[in-house]
Design a protein around this ligand. Structure first.
Ligand code: HEM
Length: 229
């Protein structure tokens, strides 16, 4: 931050302001941190629900049982299957696949000496696709997150799509809410599917996304408010 003149008028207690470059850089960060992460999650949940119609039907039934198009934060607890699919999608497609860190003192990790100042990349994506933390890790299986199975309890950081400790995502609850609110409306308004055996070509921008544009067949819901099969 700098105290030079800028179009930003908000000041810290010490009189510091963002200059225009700071504002631009923060906007770029927010586009990646808040927008790309959420859209990747929505797109990949859309794919899994198309490829696994039994899950799409299950989520639609819960959304219909809520009986309202616009949901509030307190309604999310009434969509437990949505939460299972949300968690499994983030496990298999961590939008933030790696996080960067710098060692602030000499230390040791799993028998490896790490000197102060060393830069480390932590692999959220690979960790969430690895045995022994997960059974059959490349299979879409949302029920691994149920209270009965709790595979995510295998390690504190086995499921860490929002990171951990002091830099843990500040948009975690907001991000979950917007993803679920959008899918709730999509489930009530439409049904959708992909051809049997279709798998999206995964591309990597700020995170994994369907590089082929995810061509789904979308159908309008019937008058009864049910997505047609
Ligand atoms: C599914 C959606 C999201 C995912 C998977 C996600 C993931 C993450 C991860 C892994 C980090 C930690 C980065 C690190 O430790 O270096 C992070 C940080 C952050 N996220 Fe998110 N995020 C999501 C949504 C959002 C939303 C909606 C917002 C804002 C409205 C947001 C704002 C931020 C900010 C500001 C940070 C930096 C926190 C800090 O460094 O103290 N995120 N996010």
């Amino acid at each position: 931050m700098t105290s030079s003149a800028s179009s930003c008028h908000a000041e810290s207690e010490d009189g510091e302001r963002f200059d225009d470059d700071d504002v631009v850089n923060h906007m770029i960060f927010t586009m990646m941190a808040a927008h790309d992460t959420s859209t990747i999650t929505i797109a990949m949940m859309g794919y899994y629900l198309a490829a696994n119609p039994e899950w799409q039907t299950r989520l639609r039934a819960e959304s219909q049982a809520l009986g309202k198009m616009m949901i509030g934060y307190d309604d999310l607890d009434a969509l437990p299957s949505m939460d299972l699919v949300f968690k499994e999608t983030l496990r298999m497609n961590a939008p933030v696949g790696m996080v960067a860190r710098e060692a602030i003192k000499d230390t040791e990790i799993d028998g490896h000496y790490v000197p102060k100042g060393a830069r480390l990349m932590l692999g959220i994506y690979p960790t969430q696709r690895m045995k022994p933390w997960w059974n059959d890790p490349d299979t879409f299986d949302p029920e691994r997150f149920t209270a009965e199975r709790q595979e995510d309890a295998s390690h504190k950081f086995a499921w860490a799509p929002f990171g951990g400790n002091v830099h843990k995502c500040i948009g975690m609850h907001f991000g979950g809410m917007e993803v679920k609110a959008i899918l709730h409306q999509m489930l009530l308004r439409h049904s959708w599917r992909v051809p049997a055996g279709y798998e999206p070509v995964i591309d990597y921008g700020t995170g994994p996304f369907p590089g082929d544009g995810l061509p789904i067949e979308l159908r309008a819901a019937t008058a009864a408010g049910r997505g047609s099969d």
